[in-house]
Design a protein around this ligand. Structure first.
Ligand code: NAP
Length: 285
């Protein structure tokens, strides 16, 4: 049976390290601040924003919430982003996605100052990730890399398969695995022979958004299986993309949902915010 990778424990370690460094900065009179902008009243977004605020409090950051009504105009939102760009207390800016349909997400993300873009969604940061000289890690894929490291499996030379090619998970995930010298295959909805490709993977990362999508016949004996998916099953319970019960009998290591990748995303956001504060401090020296 597979080793169950404990995302809660790994994320607690990352947060503890961030907390320690934040305390050192505070002792030198520097506080770290994250601004979180939420537009509208999507219940899932509200939960994510609350969790981010809680994580900020835990590691000793200031958090500034801007909860705007659903009918906020693009101009109003861009004005707020500009204000936060120029606010010295704010080291990181996060605009919770998705935005209401009348707002252009790309335009809003592109308006965030790249050195405050702690989600690493700005094209400048995406470019840095592609090249490999990045300061900000894309939060979810970076969390996955921490979890893989925790298994003790070295990515170098391994066959890595990523299912999904979104800008926030699949693409940067493939890049991070490539930077660690994995041999990476990106797959998507048009991929032929998906089952065979997945079954060849030493490391399989699923970011599809479909419950029980990855079944045991798609998994190589002993593989590391990382489940990024966050779906609801028939009973409304949170579940991933992997058929956990059958796959855990075949994999070498596997992340559960909940308790796997989810807690890592916020921990990496905290790390990025700390990095942002340190870099901005150096720039003003
Ligand atoms: P997304 O933008 O909807 O992308 C899904 C990807 O899956 C697409 O690239 C799509 O291919 C591919 N796909 C869909 N059906 C497929 C099929 N039959 N075979 C192969 N590939 C298929 O989703 P996302 O934003 O990347 O998120 C993926 C999942 O991760 C979701 O469940 C989301 O909730 C979760 N998530 C979790 C965290 C976390 O912190 N744990 C963070 C972010 C996302 P095409 O490109 O061809 O359409």
């Amino acid at each position: 049976m597979a080793k169950i990778i404990d995302g809660k424990a790994v994320s607690a370690r990352v947060r503890a390290q961030v907390k320690e460094e934040a305390a050192e900065l505070k002792a030198n009179g520097i506080s770290v601040g994250l601004a979180v902008v939420i537009v509208g009243d999507d219940p899932a977004s509200r939960v994510y924003v609350n969790n981010k605020k809680k994580a900020c409090a835990e590691v000793g950051f200031e958090s500034y919430e801007y909860a705007l009504p659903a009918e906020t105009t693009e101009e109003e939102l861009l004005t707020l982003v500009e204000k936060l760009n120029n606010d010295e207390k704010v080291n990181g800016i996060l605009v919770q996605l998705p935005l209401p349909a009348h707002l252009n997400e790309t335009k809003v993300i592109n308006a965030i100052r790249p050195d405050k873009d702690v989600d690493a969604f700005h094209p400048e940061n995406v470019g840095h990730i592609m090249i490999g000289d990045f300061s900000f890690l894309p939060c979810t894929p970076a969390g996955v890399m921490e979890l893989i490291a925790d298994t003790g499996v070295d990515v170098c030379g391994k066959s890595c398969v990523v299912i999904g090619r979104s800008n926030i998970v699949g693409k940067p995930m493939a890049m991070l695995l490539l930077h660690k010298n994995g041999t990476v295959t990106m797959t998507h909805s048009r991929t032929r022979n998906l089952k065979e490709i997945c079954a060849s993977a030493d490391i399989l990362v699923a970011a599809v958004g479909k419950a029980k999508f990855v079944t045991a016949d798609m998994v190589k004996e002993g593989a590391v299986v990382i489940d990024v998916g966050m779906n609801r099953n028939e009973e409304g319970k949170l579940c991933g993309d992997v058929d956990f019960e059958s796959v855990k009998e075949k994999a070498g290591a596997i992340t559960p949902v909940p308790g796997g990748v989810g807690p890592m995303t916020i921990a990496m956001l905290m790390r990025n915010t700390l990095t942002a504060a340190k870099r901005q401090r150096q720039q003003t020296k």
